[in-house]
Ligand binder design. Structure first.
Ligand SMILES: Cc1cc2nc3c(=O)[nH]c(=O)nc-3n(C[C@H](O)[C@H](O)[C@H](O)COP(=O)(O)O)c2cc1C
Length: 148
């Protein structure tokens, strides 16, 4: 049974909803899922023996890319963690009417690569309300479940 940690940062609840849907799917497939709001998470936990870690953050800002406010300090602490070889997936919500659509997902993706983590699939970007993207979320989780 794959032990999976999902950490998300969410202001209006959209990324939280996506995290829950991914978690539910993986649980259906037999994974043991721990879901954690980033405001209650520390980067040291990332290397606590998980088979897979999923990081989800929404994007805020306008001129510049800004992380969801609770995710910001966590993102900056990632450099202190030893993530080489960690199996990860990245997701988040945004709105394609902004210049940096899902910019936080892009930055997380880059950071994971830079730190030597192993990305298990392409990052998931959700445009607008997650309800409209339930099939995409399920498909992403399904791809992931074949690798963990
Ligand atoms: C002030 C403001 C700034 C935003 N900036 C961006 C942005 O730069 N890029 C983007 O893709 N979405 C942007 N969004 C859209 C949010 O990321 C989107 O509403 C998302 O679903 C929020 O997810 P959350 O509830 O999980 O925090 C912005 C929304 C607001 C209200």
């Amino acid at each position: 049974m794959a032990k999976t940690l999902i950490i998300y940062g969410s202001t209006t609840g959209n990324t939280e909803m996506v995290a829950e849907q991914i978690g539910d799917y993986l649980q259906e497939k037999g994974a043991e899922v721990t879901l954690r709001d980033v405001s209650n998470a520390r980067v040291e936990e990332l290397t606590a023996g998980w088979d897979c870690v999923l990081l989800g953050a929404s994007t805020w800002g306008d001129e510049e890319i800004e992380f969801q406010e609770d995710f910001e300090p966590f993102y900056h602490n990632l450099d202190q963690a030893e993530l080489k070889g960690l199996r990860v997936g990245v997701f988040g919500c945004g709105d394609s009417s902004f210049p940096h659509y899902c910019g936080a997902v892009d930055l997380l993706d880059q950071k994971m690569t830079e730190l030597g983590a192993e990305l298990l699939n392409e990052p998931l970007r959700i445009d607008g309300e997650p309800d409209a993207s339930a099939a995409d979320i399920r498909q992403w989780a399904a791809e992931l479940s074949t690798t963990i």
